[in-house]
Design a protein around this ligand. Structure first.
Ligand SMILES: [Cu+2]
Length: 465
């Protein structure tokens, strides 16, 4: 067991000098550099060059925070500040984050490490950082008002703790929470096992889910929104802005997913089965794991799943709540499937010449349509694959499992080349002659009295579901 400087000082009677003297123990040294990132692309993992060996994580559309060693302490520097984050090409959001990005950089350390994290506040209001899931002294827990005074604008606070266990954790403010988390302030904290062989995988991906309500044509999230979000993000990116996961065939992989939105997300993997191996509470014993293809990640929680990538191809990887795999849209649309809108279109075009009737045969048209959109607004669904429009947005990307990738190569290997005879194909024989089950004509319901109103009263406010 290691002993912290505070213990040493207390043991030697220095604590009698009072709290001010104790908390000033690193004042004489310099604050470490606070590196910044200005690109939203996935950065290469930070491979450890000294100390315990581990397989570093890859943060989707993110990066790992460099550190320095100082007398046995691993020192990091986070700067809370306003940032501009690109959600996907064509849309940026004005958020709050850390070191130039939202979410902030991933912090990586090893079980047993003593970490010292400097937090500088360059926001217009006070903040703190809570280290979600980490077992630490109460006074390092980062709950403003409860365990520490708030960090005022312009000030720097120091957090120090020993990492008692390995696993998957996160960090976020516990100060003006509704605003600060709705503005994107969050990041991941990965603690690798001291035993390099424990639960080791070949590729280890990590991201955090956040949701925003950003009106088409605007740049700032509406921070008071509680349920009706329109941007469902992985690391504050939406499809087609979320990078793919390049995976070498037969690699063992792990994906660690944190959820700081206001709802659960059932995350679905195609072509493989997976097992939850770790939560923010620690490692799940192998005897307690079971196979799944959809992992539900509850609010304020983390789920990591392990998977043997033994099936080559391009595999969709997405939230199974279908509205979460879409970008901004009106949520009070009526269903026009089967409605002939030709007559009404003529009438509307006399008033609105650009009007496009939509939805009569479903909404797939929107996947390839070039509709006029307000500035800084993404189409509801977009993105193209080798066979046509993918018709997605939001929490969607692709696992690209290929033979022969280099061990640390995370560049996009392009679209999958399917072996002959393994792609669904169009029937070229005689047209479908089989009679279908006889369908009785649907009787028109008889209505007596006034028709029920399906339309909300005009002048009504925002409609929460
Ligand atoms: Cu979802």
């Amino acid at each position: 067991m290691s002993i912290s400087r505070r213990n040493l000082m207390e043991a030697s009677g220095l604590a009698l000098l009072g709290a001010a003297a104790v908390s000033g123990r690193v004042q004489a040294q310099s604050i470490p550099e606070a590196p910044v990132m200005d690109k939203p692309a996935t950065q290469p993992p930070l491979v450890p060059t000294s100390g315990v060996d581990y397989q570093p994580v890859v943060t989707l559309n993110g990066w790992t925070l460099p550190w320095r060693m100082n007398n046995g302490w691993k020192e990091f520097h986070l700067v809370a500040e306003p940032v501009v984050r690109e959600f996907a090409p064509g849309m940026v959001a004005h958020l709050w984050g850390y070191n130039g990005q939202a979410p902030g950089p991933t912090i990586e350390a090893v079980e047993g490490d003593k970490v010292r994290i400097f937090v500088t506040n360059r926001l217009p209001e006070h903040t703190t950082i809570h280290w979600h899931g980490i077992i630490l002294p109460s006074g390092m827990d980062g709950v403003g008002g409860l365990t520490q005074p708030h960090i005022r604008p312009g000030k720097t606070f120091v957090y120090e703790f020993e990492l008692k266990k390995s696993g998957t954790f996160m960090y976020h403010p516990h100060a003006d929470e509704m605003v600060q988390m709705a503005m994107g302030m969050m990041g991941m904290l990965i603690v690798h096992p001291r035993d390099p062989k424990f639960r080791r995988v070949d590729r280890d991906f990590v991201f955090i889910m956040s949701a925003y309500d950003i009106e088409p044509g605007s740049y700032m999230p509406k921070v008071a929104e509680m349920t009706d979000f329109n941007m469902w993000t992985w690391n504050s990116r939406v499809f087609p802005g979320i990078d793919v996961l390049p995976i070498r065939l037969n690699d063992r992989i792990r994906v660690r997913i944190a959820n700081l939105t206001m709802t659960n997300h059932p995350i679905h993997v195609h072509g493989h089965d997976v097992r939850v191996s770790c939560t923010d509470g620690g490692w799940v014993p192998e005897s307690a794991q079971w196979p799944e293809t959809t992992i539900d990640v509850p609010v304020g929680a983390i789920r990591a799943f392990d998977m043997l990538a033994d099936n080559p191809g391009d595999w969709a990887f997405h939230c199974h709540k279908s509205h979460h795999a879409m970008n901004a849209m009106g949520h009070d649309l009526r269903n026009f499937v089967g409605v002939d809108k030709r007559a009404v279109t003529q009438k509307i075009r006399r008033l609105v010449p650009d009007y496009m009737p939509m939805g009569s045969a479903g909404m797939a048209d929107m996947g390839e349509m070039e509709m006029p959109l307000p500035a800084n607004t993404l189409p509801m669904m977009t993105g193209f694959g080798p066979f046509g429009p993918i018709e997605m947005g939001g929490m969607f990307t692709v696992m690209k499992i290929r033979e022969g990738l280099a061990p640390n190569d995370y560049s996009d290997p392009g679209w999958y080349t399917h072996p002959r005879g393994t792609v669904a194909y169009e029937w070229q024989g005689p047209a479908d002659p089989a009679p279908r089950a006889p369908q009785a004509p649907q009787p028109v319901p008889k209505v007596t009295g006034p028709l029920p109103r399906a339309v909300k009263p005009s002048g009504g406010g925002h409609n929460h579901h």
